[in-house]
Write a protein that binds this ligand. Structure first.
Ligand code: AMP
Length: 282
């Protein structure tokens, strides 16, 4: 595996792949890698000649300074894990490499409705930051395919929109969420949970299953209220949302409708650690 820190170096390395019509798969991450990230790398490996993984904790997507400060950094472990899992290139740039002109006055993307709800509503500016970094990374790597996880479903829709509005040529591939044995979605933020909170954290997934099993029998408004209650009773201090939405648009849905693909999404905080998860429910 090559470890590359400079954009010009990775671009020139990948040029020969492009000249020889070899396909490039790209897995952007913020590090603190776990099996969920590795599943994306494995999928990219299966579908492409070359797989690039990036590790970059993007400062512009953190709306909360404490969250940024406490974001786990485990680069030595990450490199070992990548070596065991045959990524071809690790791109590990510095902040100045990505934002040569600083992080003020960056481009604003017109993302429309999708940016105004759920994560967008609770983390102002977050998706602008995601677009600012993903646009730069895609321009550097120019992959045929970019691989993302369903755990960040709204981010998937945002990147899809970014590809549309910028005309970037990559195709986005959505991959399933990897879970711990009890169902908790794997996440870099899980490292910040103490043993007690780790046990309680599974109530997010349990509640998503509760919605999935009951959406045909219980009024949606009541179901959402019951979902919030369940998570609070499990010991979370805050539920930002427990929503049932149209999986194509993320517009909230308040009653059963035929032929509508539904997704349940939850964001909740336990002991200062904010976790998100979702499942498709029909
Ligand atoms: P992050 O490092 O959290 O920014 O995530 C990098 C990529 O890994 C994103 O596309 C995430 O959606 C994806 N990802 C994170 N957790 C999981 C998981 N448990 N299963 C599958 N993909 C994941």
């Amino acid at each position: 595996m090559l470890l590359i820190k400079k954009a010009v170096t990775i671009a020139s390395k990948l040029l020969s792949s492009k000249k020889n019509a070899k396909s490039i798969g790209f897995v952007p991450t913020m590090g603190a890698l776990h099996e969920g990230h590795i599943s994306l790398i494995n999928l990219s490996e299966q579908e492409n000649d070359t797989t690039v993984c990036s590790i970059f904790i993007n400062p512009t997507q953190f709306n909360d300074a404490i969250d940024f400060e406490k974001y786990p950094v485990t680069i030595e472990k990450d490199i070992l894990l990548l070596l065991q899992n045959s990524a071809d290139i690790l791109f590990f740039p510095s902040v100045t490499e990505i934002y040569a002109d600083g992080i003020q006055n960056l481009a604003h993307y017109n993302l429309g409705y999708i940016e105004t709800i759920l994560e967008g509503a609770h983390r102002p500016g977050h998706f602008q930051g995601v677009c600012q970094v993903v646009y730069r990374l895609l321009n550097i790597v120019q992959p045929d395919k970019i691989y993302v996880g369903q755990k960040d479903y709204q981010q998937y829709l945002i990147i899809k929109k970014l590809l549309q509005i910028t005309g970037l040529k990559s195709t986005i591939v959505l991959s399933t969420t990897l879970r711990e044995a009890d169902g908790l979605a794997m996440s870099s933020r899980n490292m910040r949970l103490n043993n007690n909170d780790r046990k309680k954290a599974v109530s997010i997934f349990d509640t998503l299953l509760f919605i999935k099993h009951n959406y045909q029998n219980i009024d949606f408004q009541i179901l959402k209220q019951q979902a919030v209650k369940k998570i609070m009773e499990a010991g979370f201090e805050k539920v930002d949302y427990a929503e049932i939405a149209n999986a194509e648009t993320l517009e909230p849905v308040n009653s059963l409708a035929k032929n509508l693909k539904l997704i349940a999404l939850i964001a909740a905080t336990i002991n200062g650690v904010r976790l998100i998860d979702n499942i498709l429910i029909n």
